[in-house]
Design a binder for this molecule. Structure first.
Ligand code: SF4
Length: 413
C-alpha cells in the first residue's frame, strides 16, 4: 500500500525473501507467505488490512501473514488483533523479516516485534527493480518536521539518509542493470544529508547529491519525486534548468493556499514563497511540469479560505494537483483545532479542486501539441499498446514496438 517509497521498500523486502529461496507470486495467487506493507496515509488502513487478511484466509488458510510498514509501527496492537495475522513488524524490523520468519509458525497469532520510533535511526537502502522501467531509489527516510496533520514522523522516525558516495555506488549498479531513469524518493527528500554510515555521522545536502549524480553517473534521466517548497532553493531550480539529466518535472507540496491554514498546519513557508518558486521554474523552463499536493477540509478552513486556496491554485502556472481530503489522525495537533469541517463539505471541496486539476492537466498537455519531446517507453505490452513519459511527464500511449522497450524515443506530441 501507499507511496513510491513504500513501493521501493516492498520490492526490497521481496528481494530479501527471494534471496532466501522464496518465489514471488501475484497477490491473487495461492502462496505460503503473505507480506502486507501498510501505509499510514491511506485512509482506513486498518479496514483495508482487515479485508486483505480476510481474502488471504479464504484463499490460503494455511499461509503465514506478516504485516509491516507505517501503520504497523503506529498501531501494532490494532493490527495484531486482526484474526489471521501471525506477525506484526515495526519500522526497525521490516528488513529483518527473514530472521523473524525462521521463528514463526502458524500457531503464532498476533505476535508483535516493534520498538519505540525514537530508537529507529538506521537508514536502510532500497530500490524497486524489475517492476517498472523507472526505478524508485530511496535515498532518505523519516522526517524532523512536525506538520500538525501528519503521523509520518511517528511512523518512520527521524530524518536520515544514505551517504552521497553510497548513493553513487547504488546508481552505478542500477545503471549496469540497464535502467534509464531513476526517481529519487524520500519522506522529506530536500532534507537529505543527515545520517550515519558504518557508525560515522555524515552531514551532506540535497543540492550536493543532485550535482554529483548529474556529474558522475551514467543514468540518462533523474526525477525528484517531491520536495518541500522551502527546501527547493533557487540554485537547485537553476541547476535543473541547465542539467540534461534532471528532468523538468517538480512535485511540490503546497497543502493550502491560505497563509492562516499553512500556519495552523505548521508548514514552514507562506504562499508567496510557493508562488515565487513556481514563477522561477516556469521562467527558466517554460515546458516544466509542476505537480502540487493540496489538502482540503483542514480544521478551521472556512469557505473563504478554501476559495482563497482554489483561486490561488487557478492563478499558479502548475500542471496537476494531487488532492487529499483531510482525515483525523490520532496523536496529531490538528485534532485540537476547531471548527471541524463537515465531511460532505470536505468531499465537495475535493471535487472542486479535482476539476481544477483536470483542466490544468489538459491545458498543460495542449500547450505541447505539435512539439517534439523525448519519451522513455516502458517494457510492457498492454494489449498491443505501450506507455511512456516525456521528459516533462506527459503520458504517451503508442502502438507496441519491441525495439522501443526501455528506450528513449523522439516523439511528436
Ligand atoms: S514534511 Fe510534514 S507532511 Fe511531510 S512527512 Fe514531514 S511532517 Fe509529514
Amino acid at each position: 500500500m501507499g507511496c513510491k517509497l513504500n513501493f521501493s521498500e516492498t520490492t526490497s523486502i521481496a528481494r530479501l525473501l527471494e534471496n532466501d529461496g522464496f518465489i514471488k507470486k501475484d497477490f491473487d495467487e495461492v502462496a505460503d507467505l503473505y507480506v502486507i506493507n501498510t501505509c499510514s496515509v491511506t485512509e482506513n488502513a486498518d479496514k483495508e488490512c482487515r479485508q486483505l487478511v480476510r481474502r488471504i484466509q479464504k484463499k490460503a488458510p494455511e499461509a503465514l501473514v506478516v504485516v509491516t510498514g507505517c501503520y504497523a509501527q503506529l498501531k501494532p496492537q490494532e493490527i495484531a488483533n486482526i484474526p489471521g495475522v501471525n506477525l506484526v513488524l515495526g519500522a526497525a524490523e521490516k528488513f529483518n523479516i527473514s530472521a523473524h520468519l525462521k521463528e514463526l509458525s502458524k500457531n503464532d497469532a498476533g505476535k508483535i516485534c516493534s520498538c519505540d520510533i525514537e530508537d529507529v535511526n538506521v537508514f536502510t537502502a532500497s530500490h524497486s527493480l524489475n517492476e517498472r522501467t523507472r526505478i524508485f531509489l530511496k535515498v532518505q527516510d523519516g522526517c524532523d518536521y512536525n506538520c500538525s496533520f501528519c503521523t509520518i514522523p511517528m511512523a518512520r522516525g527521524k530524518s536520515r539518509s544514505e551517504s552521497i558516495s553510497d548513493v553513487l555506488k547504488r546508481v552505478d549498479e542500477i545503471a549496469l542493470g540497464g535502467a534509464k531513469e531513476i526517481v529519487l524518493t524520500g519522506i522529506n527528500l530536500g532534507d537529505f544529508g543527515k545520517g550515519y554510515t558504518g557508525g560515522r555521522k555524515h552531514e551532506e545536502n540535497f543540492f550536493d547529491l543532485i550535482k554529483e549524480l548529474d556529474d558522475k553517473t551514467n543514468i540518462e534521466r533523474f526525477r525528484i519525486s517531491s520536495i518541500e517548497p522551502n527546501l527547493l532553493s533557487n540554485e537547485m531550480i537553476e541547476f535543473v534548468s541547465r542539467s540534461s539529466k534532471f528532468m523538468p518535472h517538480f512535485h511540490i507540496p503546497l497543502q493550502s493556499g491560505s497563509n492562516k491554514i499553512l500556519a495552523d498546519m505548521r508548514r514552514r513557508y507562506k504562499r508567496e514563497l510557493y508562488a515565487e518558486k513556481v514563477e522561477l521554474i516556469k521562467k527558466l523552463m517554460p515546458h516544466a511540469c509542476i505537480g502540487v499536493d493540496v489538502i482540503v477540509g483542514f480544521p478551521g478552513e472556512t469557505d473563504d479560505e478554501f476559495r482563497d486556496t482554489a483561486n490561488f491554485l487557478e492563478s499558479l502556472d502548475v500542471s496537476y494537483l494531487h488532492v487529499f481530503t483531510y482525515s483525523e489522525r490520532d496523536n496529531t495537533y490538528a485534532l485540537e483545532l476547531k471548527p471541524v469541517v463537515p465531511v460532505h463539505v470536505r468531499n465537495e471541496r475535493n471535487k472542486i479542486l479535482r476539476n481544477i486539476s483536470y483542466s490544468k492537466m489538459q491545458q498543460f498537455t495542449e500547450q505541447h501539441i505539435g512539439q517534439s519531446r523525448k519519451v522513455l517507453f516502458e517494457s510492457v505490452n498492454k494489449n498491443g499498446m505501450m506507455e511512456g513519459y516525456t521528459d516533462n511527464y506527459i503520458k504517451i500511449t503508442a502502438p507496441y514496438r519491441k525495439e522501443w522497450e526501455n528506450t528513449i524515443v523522439d516523439w511528436k506530441i
